[in-house]
Design a protein around this ligand. Structure first.
Ligand SMILES: [Zn+2]
Length: 345
């Protein structure tokens, strides 16, 4: 694909406003399991697109944190076992815990998005929150979060469409094994009907029972739960003794606008393609930004023959363009204001 562009107009992509008025009670510490008699939400499962090997492989995931009280111990335990995990972080838990998020990253864990508030989001909320938490996690951890998990596994097809457009290539990531750690709680006694009587007071036994039913897969725990912080070392030891190993969700080359590329496959973000040796994207959504670079904007460009196309470009009004992949050109927005825009040609 080779086009020669002339810049026609600049179209800014605005974030949807967050509708705080629709916020309902945030019950992050109650875990993600829906009431047993209501069944699981549709699509709480693990996308096949991840291509996970679940044969005696456990993918550890911790939701609803970070917790200044419990997460450090969870991280200590993971380090002792040489196990990597994915932390699905609730946006409301970020403030004050930025250091823990950087520690997760530094110790090789995946920092992921568990929605800003732990509620079943409305359309307005969801659109605003996906971008809001993505941008905040990226500013703290220095990389785009690649994975998203719905509170309660509350998937919907319209949410999947938004996630994939925002760079979460697999949509929502659910779980195979629900440990019900929140239900066992601090007293270690489970109330949920699906916990067999023999395990009502045996959290670790229940975890192993469920794991052995499945033989491996993505395991749901919560690093805001004291029982999880206290028993994790024992659980990981038991898993190791029974021949399980700990896997990692696959990190992809999601890339960013402006990354060097040879083929479209090098531009793994949503709708990305390789143009003139640089990754770009049709301007149907917010562009995947790189930390430390200016926010990408959508610019409507056309080639010398008049055909138009929309690609993402960097607004370089305040920051210099990358010398190796972009050049600055003057552009005019629909309102008539001149801007300088980087584009990768
Ligand atoms: Zn949760």
């Amino acid at each position: 694909m080779r086009l020669r562009y002339g810049l026609l107009a600049l179209v800014l992509v605005a974030c949807a406003p967050v509708d705080e008025e629709e916020l309902v009670h945030d019950d992050a510490e109650l875990g993600d399991s829906l009431p047993f008699d209501e069944g699981k939400a549709d699509g709480y499962g693990v996308p096949a697109s991840l291509g996970l090997d679940k044969n005696r492989v456990v993918y550890l995931t911790f939701d609803d944190g970070p917790s200044a009280v419990h997460t450090p111990r969870v991280l200590d335990t993971l380090r002792a076992h040489g196990a990597k995990a994915t932390f699905f972080i609730t946006g409301g838990s970020i403030a004050g815990n930025e250091g823990l998020i950087r520690r997760m990253r530094d110790e090789g864990h995946i920092v992921a998005n568990h929605q800003w508030s732990h509620v079943i989001a409305s359309s307005t909320q969801f659109r605003g929150w996906v971008t809001r938490e993505r941008d905040l996690l990226r500013s703290i951890a220095g990389e785009m979060p690649q994975f998203f998990r719905y509170p309660y596994g509350a998937m919907a097809s319209w949410k999947e469409t938004i996630l994939k457009a925002e760079g979460y290539l697999d949509g929502g990531v659910g779980w195979d094994i629900d440990t019900l750690d929140w239900d066992f709680g601090p007293d270690g006694v489970a109330a949920r009907a699906e916990v067999p009587a023999t395990y009502k007071r045996n959290f670790e036994g229940y975890v192993m029972y469920r794991m052995n039913q499945r033989g491996g897969g993505v395991m749901l725990m919560h690093d805001v739960q004291s029982i999880t912080a206290q028993r994790l070392d024992s659980i990981l030891t038991r898993l190791e003794h029974e021949g399980y190993r700990f896997g990692e969700l696959p990190r992809r080359r999601a890339g960013f606008i402006g990354d060097d590329c040879e083929t479209d496959d090098d531009c793994g973000f949503a709708n990305g393609f390789c143009l003139g040796g640089v990754c770009t994207q049709p301007c149907t959504s917010t562009c995947p930004d790189r930390a430390g670079y200016p926010t990408t904007r959508c610019a409507r460009l056309s080639d010398g023959e008049g055909a138009s196309v929309q690609v993402c470009a960097q607004d370089c009004s305040s920051v210099a363009c990358r010398a190796d992949a972009a050049e600055c050109v003057a552009a005019t927005s629909p309102s008539g204001l001149a801007r300088r825009v980087c584009w990768g040609l």
